[in-house]
Design a protein around this ligand. Sequence first.
Ligand SMILES: *Cc1c(COP(=O)(O)O)cnc(C)c1O
Length: 442
Amino acid sequence: MARPSALVRPSRWSGTGPALRDPASPPDWYPDGLAHVWLPYAQMKTAVPPLPVVATHGSRLVLANGRELVDGVASWWTACHGYNHPHIAAAVARQLRAMPHVMLGGLLHEPAARLATRLAALLPADLERVFFTDSGSVAVEVAMKMAVQYWINSGVRGRTRFVAFRGGYHGDTTGTMAVCDPDDGMHRLFHGLLPEQIIADLPRDEETTAALERLLGERGDEIAGILVEPLVQGAGGMLFHDAAVLQRLRALADRHGTLLIFDEIFTGFGRTGTMFACDAAGVVPDILTLSKALTGGTLPLAATVASRRVFDGFWSDDPMHALMHGPTFMGNALACAAANASLDLFEREPRLDQVRAIEAQMTTELAACRGLPGVVDVRVRGAIGVVELDRVDIPALKARFVEAGVYVRPFGRIVYLTPAFTIGTADLARLTGSIVRVLSMR
Ligand SMILES: *Cc1c(COP(=O)(O)O)cnc(C)c1O
């Protein structure tokens, strides 16, 4: 028998807004489900109970009681075309009838082949060899294995460590936790399990550049690669840096003969204003990871893309030089069909113009947060809007946002918006207006 979850408090189950149809009776699947599902990043005993959601459309979440919330998060910024885009739905339905899935062990299918070809054409220079996986963390794991094995295959010994950066986030698996920010990440908690990596400051100025240069000079021959989220460090706090930082990293990687890896899982597919952040920076990495918006927020899929130089390190008559990785569901045909349909939409619809319009509207409307008590910074880049505070009462804020009819999910010390690129101006104004109003009430 399941113990009834402490989370099931009927009066709290879906906020307290006046539009509640029947706040006392959640849907029949909810109480038992809540007693069995383990939710992410949540203390199950004390966390605010999750909202029961039954449908989505455009930029809206539809709750079980019929209430609609304007979604400011787009499901961890995946749903770039809004929810339920008919073009993606039709492509997935077609693929479901033809062939939902076959393994890529010894087989290849059209959706994966076309997607790899299209990604190679979209990405700069010779980033042209695509390894599919099913989540962002695993795409980063593969990038790290690829880099380490590249050196082994090239006959270079001892290059097994990575340089990553404070403020960074690269995933939740064992390998990727070790390259996340050590303060926010799980370094301490999982000490002993995690491989030891090198966490540095981004080379933003002379001092930090000199420090990184010194580090590479001293330990360069241990380092398989430098791993960075280009332009925006996302889940680590939505911290921005400029193209010069990435140009410095490229120069340092070249000078010390190591690989440069861009984790574009957050920034890829238009989020920062160009199709990929590396386009805006004018810097080509040796390996690049993608996921999040790859399927327009519909199905899990990720990709690790290697440059010709890296792939050439695996091109050999020796079976031991093959890349030693192969997730069961890699290149899932439904997910690849969704991703191809998502790329169609980037071609047919003015997504990057929409990102520019969102950037302009958020810049204007979030400016009203400057000067509010406790607001430390307001910043916008592409379709990313951030209000940084000196401290945040997260449960209280979350409840106020739901009352205001929006889904906004603060973390750390920030309140942020990463809406769908298709969001209407009125819905976006509802999001920014709610942030201004809720933060004024603190
Ligand atoms: C979300 C994210 C990941 C991890 O992706 P998952 O699909 O959650 O494993 C890795 N890197 C970056 C930059 C991300 O934003």
